[in-house]
Every structure is written in C-alpha cells, then in structure tokens.
Ligand binder design. Structure first.
Ligand code: SF4
Length: 447
C-alpha cells in the first residue's frame, strides 16, 4: 500500500498555471500525494512559475532562496520548479539552484509522477523541458477533479505563434497547439458531472483555436459545442487577440445564452507607433471597431484589457495616446503594468530607455483613469437585477450567512442569504444590486 505524502504547490502567474497545478495534483495522487498549504508538512514542494514580468520571476528566486534553509533542515524533501521560469532557464536553473531536484517545463506536466519517481530513484537532478507538439500526448490528461468547485478552467490550446516583441510566452510555451474538440468536450462533461457550473476556456490566444490543424473547428464552433453541454450554467474564455477577434466570435455573445457578457481584449497601448513596435498587428482604430461591434451585439458587456506603460522609446505623446484611449474606451476593468524587458525577446534588444520614475508616474496616471472607468461600470450595476453564480461564503464577511458570487459581467457580489451558505453554493441567483464598493458589489437575493 502506498503511504500518504504531502505536496505543496506554489502557483504564480496566469490561469493556465492554476490549471497545470490542478493537473499536477491529480497526476501525483497515484504516488500517494495529497495537497497541503504548508511547506513544513510537505514531502514535495513545487513552484509553478511565471516569467511574463521581471517581478514575477524575481518572486520565484526569492522563494527559492527561502526554501534553501528548509531543504537543509529536511534533506528528504523534494523541490521542483515547473512553469515558464523552468522552461526559460532549463539546465541553467539546475546549475544556479543546485538544491532543486526537478526542473520541468509546462509540456511535462502530464509526466510529473515519473519525474518525481526518477528523482527519488537516482537522487540526482532531473531536467525535463522538451516541447511536445502532438496534441494527443499533450492533452491526454482528462479533467482535474480536485475539490468541490463551482468554477473550473479548461485549457483548449497552448503556446503562441504571435511573437509580440515584449512577450516571453512563445519561448516558454512553444508554438500554438490546439486540444481536440472531443477532448475538450469530455473534460467539460466530467467537470460538470462533478458539480462544476462555470467553465472557463483558456489559451494564450484562443481566437486562433484550431488553426494549427487542417479542417479543425474554429473557436466559435468550440464555444457552441461547450455551450450546448447540459449543466454548463456559465461559460467564459480568455485570452483574445484583437487582430484575430472575428465577427463570428463576437456574434456568439448574441447567440449563446450561457456565454457570460465579459470579454478580455488586451489593448497594450493606445499609440499606433508603440503597437507597431510591439508587433501587435492592429492599430487603435481596428481595436475601437472591435469594441464598438461587441457593444452593439451585447449591450452592457464588460470589456477588460491589459495595458503596458514605458515600452522602449515611449514618448510623452505616445503615453498620452494610451491615456486618451483608456478614457474613451471606458473599460470595466484593466490590468496595467510597467514594461520590464524579458531576456530573449525582440524588445529586450531595444534600450529600456524610459526611466523607472517616469514609468511609475505614467502608471499612476493611467491607473487613476482606469479606476474611475471601473467605478462607473460597477456603479451602473446598482438597481439592476443580475444573475449571480454563488461560489461560497464571503471571506471578508463577519456574518456567517454572507454568500459571494459573480455577475455575468464578472464582478464580485456579496449578499446575505437565509440559512447555510453551503446550500446556495453553485446556484444561479437573481440578485438586486444595492451598492458598488471599491472592489465589489453588494446586493440582496430575490429568491
Ligand atoms: S499574443 Fe502576444 S502577448 Fe499574447 S501570448 Fe502571444 S506573444 Fe504573448
């Protein structure tokens, strides 16, 4: 009989890493591993890393530094680094951090159990960072049935062919590779059968789903298939690329009743010259056209975006164009960042010539505009009745009967419910929105 062991997974970065961490947990179960949130209790510690920004990669190395002492006091503990930092650094990471036992790239997630066994058997470092191009091998894992969840991620494709000049993803995740639609469908069915109500389809650029294979369905076809699965109460997806956002996809918002009115469309800059230097393949006019079309097809849709300030050579005028775009386009939410060069990308060859103080000042100005747009968008919900999918108890509440969930537009709503919150979990409840707070909405249920 296999004894129980504990695995602690630290997940950094995007939803695709969350998905990979869930699969690592499932793939390790046959070796007797159960999840823990404590490094002290763990027999295996995995850092599932992100290298998309300098800050994220720095966090990984700082945690590795802290874990060095832990490894010294408990030499039997295995330490693994997965994800994008592992893929980027490969053998170099093993050399630089000699107390790391396993270095595995994102494509090696299905092999985590064999890699752990190999490290235990040999007592040496194991480095596995090969890219796989066969979608069947890559996506043969099925659903990760971990815990009692209302919402689950499903990766539908991996990698990216776009090579935006600042972005490390094509180097750490490889070329675009789509998961067969039948595999997506059976994964969604297994999740729904386990009680999941909301499905979040993931890919670096889901708009290019199926384009890597002759005759495969397009992303809009896949959305239609998943939307039709009984039990999928709500469907979301991310991320889209403005140059690949087709009308067929936009029309799905009018056609599919369970497709949530939320669309994340990264703009990155409001300046056409910066967009060209970023190799984004669209200009502001094209982007504006997509947004107008989405708003015409789906009035009230929540549009969110990503913006970068301080890209190499960004002038005051170019930054002002971003600020103007943020004002005009009225995003419901946004992620905004200071540019940081990622080694190996085209932009890293350009002089990082916007001083950090200027980047910080620009970010502050931009975030003030974005924040007021978000406050207006949230304020517009007050008085409306919104369908809210209940996720569980509100963590911030002191009242035991306060539930939390999300609107279709993806804002958090907290509201009191009679009886046990557990009985409300997974239910789609009509909620009258009574107040917009800085980061959430408050409401009252109508059932
Ligand atoms: S589309 Fe551009 S920003 Fe997005 S993952 Fe691909 S290269 Fe990176």
């Amino acid at each position: 009989m296999i004894g129980v062991r504990k695995v602690r997974i630290h997940t950094f970065g995007c939803q695709m890493n969350v998905y990979d961490s869930e699969h690592m947990l499932c793939n390790l179960a046959p070796l007797g591993f159960q999840s823990t949130l404590s490094d002290e209790d763990a027999d295996l510690i995995i850092l599932n890393t992100c290298s998309v920004r300098e800050k994220a990669a720095a966090k990984v190395f700082s945690l590795l530094g802290r874990l060095k002492r832990h490894k010294r006091s408990r030499p039997g503990v295995l330490l693994a680094v997965a994800g994008c930092v592992a893929q980027q650094e490969q053998e170099e990471l093993a050399r630089r951090v000699p107390y790391v036992d396993i270095v595995l790239g994102p494509d090696q997630v299905p092999s985590i159990a064999e890699l752990v066994e190999q490290a235990e058997r040999t007592g040496g470092q194991v480095v596995a960072t090969r890219f796989l191009s066969d979608p069947d091998g890559l996506f043969s894992q099925g659903a990760a049935l971990v815990g009692n969840r209302v919402s689950a991620f499903v990766t539908v494709m991996k990698g990216c062919n776009q090579f935006c000049s600042y972005c490390i993803v094509p180097y750490t995740r490889g070329r675009e590779s789509s998961k067969p639609a039948d595999a997506v469908e059976s994964e969604v069915r297994a999740l729904v059968d386990s009680g999941v109500r909301e499905i979040f389809l993931l890919g670096q650029n889901v708009n290019r789903y199926g384009m890597d294979r002759e005759g495969w369905p397009r992303f809009s076809d896949l959305l239609r298939r998943v939307s039709a699965i009984e039990g999928v109460a709500r469907l979301r997806f991310t991320t889209s690329h403005p140059a690949d956002c087709t009308d067929d996809l936009v029309c799905c918002f009018a056609e599919l009743p369970n497709l949530a009115p939320y669309f994340h469309l990264p703009l990155q800059s409001g300046s056409d010259s910066v967009l060209a230097r970023m190799n984004r393949r669209y200009d502001l006019n094209h982007y504006r056209g997509r947004i107008e079309r989405l708003r015409a097809i789906c009035p009230g849709i929540h549009l969110s975006t990503d913006l970068i300030v301080g890209f190499p050579g960004e002038t005051d005028e170019e930054f002002e164009a971003t600020l103007r775009a943020a004002r005009d386009l009225e995003f419901g939410s946004a992620f905004s960042f200071k540019y940081s060069p990622r080694p190996g990308t085209k932009a890293a060859l350009l002089a990082d010539d916007v001083p950090d103080a200027v980047k910080a000042e620009r970010l502050e100005k931009l975030q003030a505009v974005l924040y007021s747009g978000m406050a207006r968008a949230m304020g517009a919900h007050v008085g409306r009745i919104e369908p809210v999918l209940v996720e569980g108890s509100s963590v911030r509440s002191t009242s035991p009967g306060q539930a939390t969930g999300r609107t279709g537009t993806n804002y958090v709503v907290n509201f009191d419910v009679p009886g046990s919150v557990e009985e409300w979990r997974g239910r789609m409840v009509p909620v009258r929105i009574t107040a917009a707070l800085p980061h959430s909405l408050a409401g009252e249920p109508l059932t």
